[in-house]
Design a protein around this ligand. Structure first.
Ligand SMILES: Nc1nc2c(ncn2[C@@H]2O[C@H](COP(=O)(O)OP(=O)(O)OP(=O)(O)O)[C@@H](O)[C@H]2O)c(=O)[nH]1
Ligand SMILES: [Mg+2]
Length: 319
């Protein structure tokens, strides 16, 4: 039985899915046993390639993810999938939808699919995603794929966690391609035009080529030649080439030392955000709420309030 954190840690290092699920649940519940498991497994992390798949709602990200997973499995690689459900008005029951779309992998021990909801947990999304990434990494998954809709700040944060970011575009969006935020365009390592069976995919392809050309000119950093690929995810077409490109990007990162530096950046971000959370909640415990009320009633401005709260928590730390 998986009772103690030590047992759970041992189980998940051996790749046991029940142990992994238990650890993730503890972490989500902020149960301190989750932190104990994390401490035990952390030295064994750092191998997995974290791949972010993002793009506009309905672009076929989940369908493509399913096709990529099938391709990785054919190549003998193990994959963890984190599907971030935007709980958005666009899709409604996306978690259920994702389950259905990826159900053919449900019984495969080489695939671990985890859906995270974002509704009502602003800021918590990055944390849950990072935790799940670490657990999957320790379980020995070669690839950890994170699917997010490229619309909100949270999602951009998640993209910043990835070693390799795949941007999925589709025909017929026209100017709405701009809706895929500028930040995402710059973050993309691999671009895919999905639904290439649809009218207008040539125009989309040309638009993306132009955009990549402008980006290359602006950045002037041509160490990695950003591939632009096409796919018909619903038929599995294009998946092999995308998996090849993701593997090539991994080799590139390893050669250039960028795998280490991107991992370093992720670790740094994770620590800093935990520090921010901890300090903020401690500050609020210390009569911070009363100060916030003064801001609300316009008796105090936000800067003065922040100064006062910081001063209070410094005083309490010194006490
Ligand atoms: N014609 C066509 N339809 C596709 C293709 N890929 C996916 N679809 C369909 O597009 C719809 C949306 O696919 P999803 O995989 O759910 O898209 P998504 O980007 O994950 O959607 P959200 O997560 O809700 O933003 C589904 O009905 C798919 O069957 C494709 O290559 N061609
Ligand atoms: Mg989806």
């Amino acid at each position: 039985m998986l009772r103690s954190p030590a047992e759970v840690a041992q189980g998940l290092l051996a790749g046991d899915i029940a142990a992994g699920a238990r650890a993730i649940r503890w972490l989500d519940d902020r149960d301190r046993r989750g932190a104990e498991v994390l401490a035990a497994i952390y030295p064994h992390t750092g191998r997995a390639q974290v791949v972010g798949v993002t793009g506009p709602p309905g672009a076929g990200k989940s369908t493509l993810t399913d096709a990529l997973v099938a391709e990785w499995r054919r190549r003998g690689q193990r994959v963890g999938v984190i599907a971030v459900d935007p709980s958005s008005p666009f899709t409604g029951g996306a978690i259920l939808g994702d389950r259905v779309r990826m159900s053919r992998h449900a019984l495969d021990p080489g695939v671990f699919i985890r859906s995270l909801g974002t509704r009502g947990q602003a800021g918590g999304l990055s944390r849950s995603t990072q935790d799940a990434c670490l657990i999957f990494d320790a379980m020995g998954y070669d690839i950890v794929l994170v699917e997010t809709v490229g619309v909100g700040q949270d999602e951009i944060d998640v993209v910043n966690l990835a070693h390799t970011t795949v941007i999925v575009a589709v025909p017929g969006l026209g100017d709405e391609i701009q809706a895929v935020k500028a930040g995402l365009m710059e973050a993309g390592d691999i671009f895919v035009v999905n639904k290439a069976d649809r009218d207008g995919h040539d125009a989309t392809q040309r638009q993306m080529e132009l955009m990549l050309h402008l980006r290359a000119q602006a950045v002037g950093d041509l160490r990695w030649d950003v591939p632009l690929l096409r796919a018909v995810a619903s038929r599995g077409e294009g998946a092999a080439a995308i998996v090849d490109a993701i593997a090539a990007h991994r080799s590139f990162l390893d050669q250039e030392g960028d795998f280490a530096s991107r991992s370093h950046l992720r670790a740094r971000e994770q620590v800093l955000s935990l520090v921010r959370d901890a300090l903020a909640s401690r500050a609020l415990d210390l009569s911070g709420e009363a100060i916030l009320q003064q801001v609300e009633s316009r008796r105090l401005d936000p800067y003065a309030a922040a100064d006062r709260i910081v001063a209070l928590s410094e005083k309490s730390a010194a006490a």
